[in-house]
Design a protein around this ligand. Structure first.
Ligand code: AMP
Length: 448
């Protein structure tokens, strides 16, 4: 199937050729004809499937085909709601690229940056507005945005908007839209609140479900290292000595953790920056741009900050902390192996994260291969004591210079070296048994 077969207009086809999109992805194949025909849509798909183009292309096409009187004021005819600023900017970039040979205009309305420029963009007129709910509500309250002419509403990553507490804002916004409209609703998961929303907002929708969350990971090469919390930075430094890791997105649980890891890597002369919700919009965008351009090799992120990150050909995803929600693991590792590329996902699992690993393996219905022979095997096999305030001057073990361990010639673990690093099934190891409460604390050392 080609985009031409999907009845995409020549002006858009030209832009897609320039984007080097040779053929539609499955969600595009399934969604585009229905959206072009004006149907409501429920898309159960995650980032990485090509879902942005699945809604953006037919929106651009439908709006650009509508006759507009010369000198008539531009009205907002499509509203796209997304959970994060980064995702909004990403969608806008895509819409500008796909619509570059049309006369449509888009505007981004997001928090964390000055409102003035956004007001001006609205005054100049925009056909498509991509917004995060909070700032849009602010502008609605100030009557600087008019949503009475919206024909197509997109709720993108609706489950994440719910997670982020946007449900009331979403409802308030939707209440101001014409009831006669087309609604496109995307969510990677289907918790009961989402099911309720779908039922209340969509009229006779077409349902498109792409790659259920448990099977998206098949093309990604996964591995897990069981490692004590204190040694994770050492291990990360060590793995990053491998030049085949061009670019790595490292996930930490906390913002503080992201900062600490980025700092530790920088100290070890690995270019790294952190991106999370406490950073200013400009700092986040700068970190993202540096990563995209290759100026920094490692981007350390929390889940929420990473949600809008769209980087083609990201070679590695590293879970510095395993997430407690197994679906999050799938979302994270789906950042690599996009649009047909293969990818590598490496996870670090400390004792207290072993139950998370079990949940992940249950969800993806396979064992994540374990790299057993590495310099920092887990030795702490008991729950960590409650955190006492650290006495001044006492510090966690300093990261070793990664090259030192590597100099033994045994330290391996990248995509290329896993063959020699004994990748084995996780289920049989003493450590996994300890998760079930059977193993004794071990003094197992790295075998030399
Ligand atoms: P999305 O799921 O919308 O975040 O898209 C994931 C990535 O796939 C983005 O980098 C898109 O630019 C890219 N992409 C989307 N559709 C296609 C296509 N038909 N061919 C090649 N790349 C695509």
């Amino acid at each position: 199937m080609t985009f031409q077969d999907l009845q995409i207009a020549p002006a858009i086809l030209k832009a897609l050729r320039e984007e080097q999109y040779t053929k539609p992805t499955p969600i595009q194949e399934q969604a585009i004809p229905s959206v072009l025909a004006g149907r409501d849509l429920f898309g159960c798909a995650q980032t990485g499937t090509g879902k942005t183009a699945a809604f953006a292309l037919p929106i651009i096409q439908r709006l650009s085909e509508q006759p507009v009187k010369p000198n008539a004021p531009r009205r907002i005819r499509s509203l796209i709601l997304t959970p994060t600023r980064e995702l909004a900017i990403q969608i806008d970039d895509n819409i500008r690229a796909y619509g570059r040979y049309t006369s449509l205009r888009s505007a981004v309305i997001v928090g964390g940056v000055s409102q003035r420029a956004q007001e001006q963009a609205l005054e100049r007129g925009a056909d498509i507005v991509i917004a995060t709910p909070g700032r849009l509500i602010d502008l609605m309250n100030q009557s600087v945005v008019d949503l009475r002419h919206v024909q197509i509403l997109v709720l993108d990553e609706a489950d994440r908007m719910l997670d982020m507490g946007f449900i009331h804002d979403m409802k308030k916004i939707i209440a101001k839209l014409p009831t006669e409209r087309q609604t496109l609703f995307f969510s990677a998961t289907m918790p009961p609140e989402i099911a309720k929303l779908v039922q209340s907002l969509l009229v006779n929708p077409v349902k498109v479900e792409i790659t259920p969350v448990s099977s998206t990971v098949d093309r990604i090469q996964q591995s897990v290292y069981l490692v004590d919390k204190e040694n994770k930075l050492n291990l990360l430094n060590l793995l990053l000595q491998d030049p085949s890791i061009d670019s790595a997105l490292v996930f930490t649980r906390t913002k503080h953790g992201a900062d600490r890891v980025a700092k530790g890597l920088t100290k070890a002369k690995i270019t790294a920056q952190a991106i999370h919700g406490d950073k200013s919009q400009n700092a986040r965008q700068a970190a993202l741009n540096n990563f995209k351009s290759g100026a920094t090799r490692v981007l350390v992120a929390t889940d929420i900050a990473a949600r809008g990150i769209d980087i083609e050909e990201l070679s590695h995803v590293i879970n510095y902390n395993l997430p407690n929600i197994p679906e999050t693991y799938v979302h994270r590792i789906g950042r690599t192996g996009r649009a047909g590329h293969s990818g590598v996902a490496i996870s670090f699992c400390e004792y207290e994260e072993l139950p998370y690993l079990k949940d992940i393996e249950k969800l993806i219905k396979k064992t994540v291969p374990q790299v057993k022979d590495h310099p920092y095997p887990m030795v702490n096999m008991a729950p960590a004591p409650k955190q006492e305030p650290t006495p001044q001057g006492r510090r966690a073990a300093k990261p070793v210079v990664a090259g030192k361990a590597a100099a033994t010639g045994k330290a391996e673990g990248s995509s290329k070296s896993e063959g020699s690093a004994k990748v084995e099934g996780a289920g049989k190891t003493p450590v996994m048994q300890s998760a079930q409460g059977q193993a004794k604390p071990s003094n197992r050392r790295w075998r030399r």
